[in-house]
Write a protein that binds this ligand. Structure first.
Ligand SMILES: [Zn+2]
Length: 693
């Protein structure tokens, strides 16, 4: 996933962080652990006495029986109490960890996932008050967000400081503090950065060329985290005035900057943190680090607009490796036993992202593309599998979407992050993905494939405009479903589609659903994941049903090819789909992107014998969605002899279909292959007499 554009998080509820498990148990837990130990010792002592009694000579055995029995009862009781106590201790610890993890998620604006953690904590330890207190805070935060949305007074981006100028969501209130259209573009970006992972801080020098977008400019805005202090700033080699307003740095150049030559900006700064979790949600720590464009750790224009080649020289301490955009062009010793890694990305990157960690390295190739997997020692045995999945995903997506955009692909493990994240030429995998959790294990390959797909959807072409998140997340999610089909067959493909449908229905239960076009990558509360990822993937699958495989493929490919290393909008994608299919698709795009909800059907069927062994079945479908959707729909008649599949067209509120079969119908299946995002159809007359003749 690409958090730059959307969630960056598949909802992986119901687990606590590895990181949390390393923490010490609390005071109460310690007391309970001691109790467990006392019970265990009691049991051992009692059993010991019993054995001694039994081993005495016969003459001393008078009255032995009842004493042995008593000792064994004591031993059993102690064991039982000890075991019960141990389970309690474990559950309490797990609950505490879930609460902590939820708090960290809250800090990053991930209310939905935080809520899941608190609920889990509540289940684990019903007596603890902390989860309920946190849940109250979640409810409060939701109310506040709703109130603000109603008043149109702005939204808070995940991580607090992650806004950008480029993604002008249609529903975004005017004057959004995090959105500022940039007066300049960046055409070349270099950064020299030293990470002090012990102190959770960095010092850096950024050097880049800015050009006026139109005419000439003297004043322009750059975004830089308020936690970064500028020490020196020049434009065109001369000192420049600067003003700070939150994360915005307004710079006034002594000389006008034109649209051709531009001017070089130089900024030396130091930044961040008190602890490993930086204010904007990134992490700098000895266990691992990551810095994402949306945290504004380096000065730049709004990151969805940032399209520039990047050179990053990253110095890390002894024992750490650094990962940056593009290919590794040099690796040099640095003072105190550290290393400087020089990464160069000659193609346009989408912002500047870095990661570091004490990794073990596995290198391989996907065709000609160098692929590196960088994992912590304890997970290093997973590297070969990740490499194999990545190779298959790259091969499939190169076939579908064109050549891999960058010079390498490196996958690096990072702490804390609740999923995957995919900046240009890199995939960062949160430690949570390696946990012993059945649900994650089941999705693991699909998650890797989703992230690989972001190299095209989100990086090669950066989405812009209303509903921008769909062009990254919905497309990457559908790519991962295609990957599942390619590697595990048709049945698995259908199953993955069905899962996406369930996710959509599940995630939209509580918060009011938003239309895809109204979603805001910078305010991913509520229904965002269900709508942009799950419904988003389905919309693509349905588009494929409507325009056919060839036109669908050509539209995807055309959209990417025409905008390589540039930007694109949903309207442009629709134009591609219309061009390659030769059909007007405004109806399709309206009903699926600009509306909430989905197709809801009430159905009925009646069969009668036509004689000569033939049967006629009339199926009626009534749409309760208003206005009704227009889509092709599969209907299957089930007879004892077999199944017959037919495709009809849903047009108005009432549709009627007639089938003739050679055998008596037993049942009908509506949309048996899950090609439509359909709510579970309801039978009109459950008690209707059928079949009748
Ligand atoms: Zn994604």
């Amino acid at each position: 996933m690409n958090r730059a554009l959307a969630a960056g998080v598949l909802v992986l509820g119901g687990q606590c962080g590895v990181d949390a498990q390393r923490r010490n148990p609390t005071g109460t837990a310690t007391v309970m652990a001691v109790l467990t130990l006392i019970f265990a010792i009691t049991a051992i002592v009692a059993i010991g006495y019993a054995i001694r009694l039994l081993s005495r000579p016969t003459e001393e055995r008078a009255g032995r029986g009842w004493r042995v029995a008593l000792l064994l009862v004591v031993a059993c009781a102690a064991l039982g109490l000890g075991g019960y106590n141990a389970v309690l201790v474990q559950r309490r610890n797990a609950a505490k960890q879930a609460v902590e993890r939820g708090r960290e998620l809250m800090q990053r604006g991930k209310t939905g996932e935080a809520e899941q953690e608190f609920r889990r904590a509540q289940e684990l330890d019903p007596k603890s008050k902390a989860p309920q207190e946190e849940l109250d805070k979640v409810a409060k935060a939701r109310d506040e967000a709703r109130r603000r949305a109603e008043q149109g007074t702005g939204t808070v981006a995940p991580g607090g400081a992650g806004g950008a100028a480029g993604a002008a969501g249609r529903s975004a209130p005017a004057g959004h503090p995090q959105r500022r259209e940039s007066q300049v573009r960046i055409t070349r970006y270099e950064i020299d950065v030293t990470l002090d992972v012990q102190k959770h801080s960095l010092s850096a020098e950024a050097r880049f060329v800015v050009q006026a977008k139109r005419g000439t400019v003297r004043e322009f805005d750059l975004a830089l985290s308020p936690q970064c202090a500028v020490q020196l700033l020049t434009v065109g080699g001369k000192s420049a005035e600067r003003k700070r307003e939150g994360e915005w740095l307004t710079i006034t150049s002594q000389r006008p900057i034109d649209a051709r030559q531009g001017a070089e900006v130089y900024i030396r700064y130091k930044g961040f943190g008190k602890n490993r979790l930086l204010p904007a949600g990134d992490v700098l720590s000895p266990e691992g680090s990551y810095l994402r464009p949306e945290s504004r750790w380096c000065p730049a224009i709004g990151y969805l607009e940032f399209r520039s080649p990047v050179t990053a020289r990253v110095t890390v301490p002894r024992g750490q490796m650094a990962l940056g955009p593009g290919r590794l062009v040099a690796q040099q010793p640095a003072p105190d036993g550290g290393t400087t890694y020089v990464w160069e990305c000659p193609q346009n990157a989408m912002g500047v992202a870095l990661a570091a960690g004490p990794w073990q390295k596995l290198e391989g190739k996907a065709g000609d593309l160098p692929v590196t997997v960088l994992l912590w020692k304890k997970h290093a045995s997973r590297a070969a599998h990740i490499l194999a999945v990545t190779k298959r995903a790259v091969a499939l997506f190169e076939e579908l979407y064109g050549p891999f955009p960058y010079d390498k692909l490196a996958l690096g493990e990072i702490p804390f992050f609740p999923g995957g994240y995919s900046p240009s030429s890199m995939i960062l995998l949160g430690e949570i993905l390696f946990e012993d959790n059945r649900r994650i294990a089941k999705q693991f390959d699909a998650i890797i494939a989703h992230e690989v797909a972001h190299q095209w959807w989100g990086n090669l072409v950066v989405p812009q405009g209303p509903g921008a998140g769909w062009l990254a997340e919905g497309f990457a999610e559908y790519a991962s479903i295609l990957y599942v089909g390619e590697t595990s067959g048709e049945k698995a493909f259908r199953r993955a589609l069905w899962d996406a449908k369930q996710q959509y229905h599940f995630l939209n239960q509580n918060p009011p659903e938003e239309a895809i076009i109204d979603t805001d990558p910078f305010n991913q509360q509520g229904s965002y994941t269900g709508v942009v990822y799950s419904k988003g993937a389905y919309v693509l699958h349905m588009l494929r049903q409507v325009i056919g495989d060839d036109a669908f493929r050509a539209a995807l490919r055309g959209f990417l090819d025409d905008r390589r290393f540039g930007v694109g909008t949903i309207d442009e994608f629709r134009a591609e789909a219309e061009e390659h299919s030769g059909r007007k698709l405004d109806g399709f795009f309206n009903q699926w992107l600009e509306r909430v909800g989905t197709i809801e059907l009430v159905y009925d069927w009646q069969a009668r014998s036509l004689g000569g062994g033939e049967w006629e079945t009339i199926v009626t479908l009534d749409q309760t969605s208003d206005p009704p959707y227009k889509m092709p729909i599969d209907l299957q008649i089930v007879t004892r002899a077999g199944r017959s599949l037919d495709t009809g067209e849903l047009t108005g509120t009432h549709s009627e279909f007639r089938f003739v079969t050679r055998d008596e119908p037993q049942d009908i299946d509506i949309d048996p292959r899950d090609n439509l995002l359909l709510a579970v159809p309801k039978r009109k007359s459950a008690s209707a007499p059928q079949p009748s003749s």
